[in-house]
Ligand binder design. Structure first.
Ligand code: ACO
Length: 387
């Protein structure tokens, strides 16, 4: 029996900024952002969205009644939790009308949380093949206006259903992980913005990738040639490209071109949205699957990295007719219909203070009780935490 990803849903708010315009405002050569960093647009996260509302929106796009009755665990990977005690996952049980006898847990290790959720879910479903697990990766990436990290912000949510006999990707058993206590990126409890040493973090990321990838090959006797594509955690898309280039010389020129071309497919959506932290690797996977011509049985290698630091390399096999389960039209339509806002508008949104207590929330009793409400927007319902 195989176990893996049956469905993938994505959500990010509609507003974005152009990074060419940000470059102009910051007095930077646009080529640095567009080519040097590899980002083109960045999602702007309004105060009305948090990781719970974004996760619920992402999950809403994929859940059907059969999923609702089979899901008995939510594993919510995030480093932008809404409470120091209460798990972000517990809100979803009610918002998504799931059974009340399910487990709801939040997992934290920087951008690695969703991978922890996915691989724990795989083991769980292997033991309980009649059950499904909802795995979330949702975050808001914030560094601050006029900081070096500003161009690598973003946010959004990925929701995945893990089940037996998956429709999209069967996860293979062998994985290799590495963890070390490293201060490359962290966010003390009283801060909304992360502290990052971006260059050091890139060095650690590349070292972790090489270490786990080489060990994975040794353990499995697989070679780079055995992969149709490698997908990476993408804080900014140039970072994944740097990692791929470290190993490309292991294959001939023709295969180098194929892997580079699949990398272009896998970074397409991340270039348009920015960093999702826990969700970035899985947005990249979705981008690959939407845009590639790889067929059933192709092996995809996945490199997950969470600063601090944890790295893991694992792989999956594409399933028959996987494209039919991706909801491509919605993604393409959404990318085209988003609304560009000016850099001044973005700065205004960015500087809005978080609500401090009940008195700051603008929606009466339901938010005060810690619940959420649904607001109609265009043809789609969106969930907002506060106005
Ligand atoms: N045209 C093309 N390329 C250019 C141009 C230009 N005009 N100007 C500069 N570049 C290239 C540079 O050569 C460099 O390329 P390289 O990396 O291949 O050498 C690249 O643009 C970036 O230039 P830098 O001077 O290194 O940029 P900066 O000092 O502003 O920092 C960085 C960039 C490190 C990515 C910064 O934005 C950052 O720290 N971001 C946060 C990254 C992060 O999140 N790290 C944690 C990872 S884990 C996680 O997801 C949280």
């Amino acid at each position: 029996m195989s176990v893996g990803i049956s469905k993938i849903g994505f959500f990010a708010p509609d507003e974005y900024i152009s990074l060419a315009e940000l470059a102009e405002q910051r007095g930077v050569e646009p080529g640095k952002y567009l080519i040097g960093i590899g980002q083109e647009r960045q999602a702007v996260i309004p105060l009305s969205q948090d990781v719970v509302s974004m996760a619920a929106n992402a999950a809403k796009t994929i859940l059907d009644d059969e999923d609702r009755s089979s899901i008995d665990m939510i594993l919510f990977g995030t480093e932008t939790g809404v409470d120091n005690s209460k798990s972000a996952a517990i809100y979803l049980q009610q918002l998504l009308h799931l059974n009340s006898n399910i487990r709801t847990v939040e997992l934290k290790q920087a951008c690695y949380g969703a991978t922890a959720g996915l691989l724990l879910a795989k083991d769980y479903v292997t033991l309980h093949p009649d059950k499904k697990v909802l795995v979330i990766g949702a975050d808001i990436a914030r560094y601050g206006l006029n900081t070096a990290g500003e161009v690598t912000q973003g946010g959004g949510a990925i929701a995945m259903i893990v089940s037996a006999n998956p429709q999209i990707l069967a996860i293979e058993d062998q994985t290799v992980h590495l963890s070390e206590d490293i201060m490359d990126f962290w966010r003390p409890l009283d801060r909304r913005e992360a502290i990052v040493d971006g260059k050091y973090s890139t060095e650690v990321y590349l070292r972790f990738f090489q270490t786990v990838f080489e060990e994975y090959k040794t353990k499995t006797s697989l070679k780079l040639n055995d992969f149709g594509a490698l997908v990476f955690h993408l804080p900014f898309t140039k970072m994944g490209l740097k990692a791929l280039k470290l190993v490309l010389n292991q294959v001939d020129e023709e295969n180098q071109e194929k892997l580079l071309s699949e990398f272009e497919n896998s970074r397409r959506y991340n270039r348009q949205v920015g960093n999702l932290y826990t969700g970035s690797l899985y947005l990249s996977l979705l981008s690959l699957l939407d845009n590639t011509k790889l067929s059933e049985g192709a092996r995809i290698g996945l490199f997950s990295y969470g600063s601090g630091a944890e790295g893991e390399f694992y792989s999956g096999l594409l399933q028959k007719n996987y494209k039919n389960h991706l909801n491509i039209a919605r993604m393409t339509e959404w990318l085209e219909q988003r609304k560009k806002i000016s850099i001044a508008q973005y700065e205004e949104v960015f500087n809005q203070a978080l609500p401090k207590g009940e008195e700051d929330f603008n929606i009466e009793s339901n938010v005060k009780k810690g619940q959420f409400y649904f607001a109609g927007l265009k043809d789609q319902k969106r969930i907002y935490r506060a106005k």
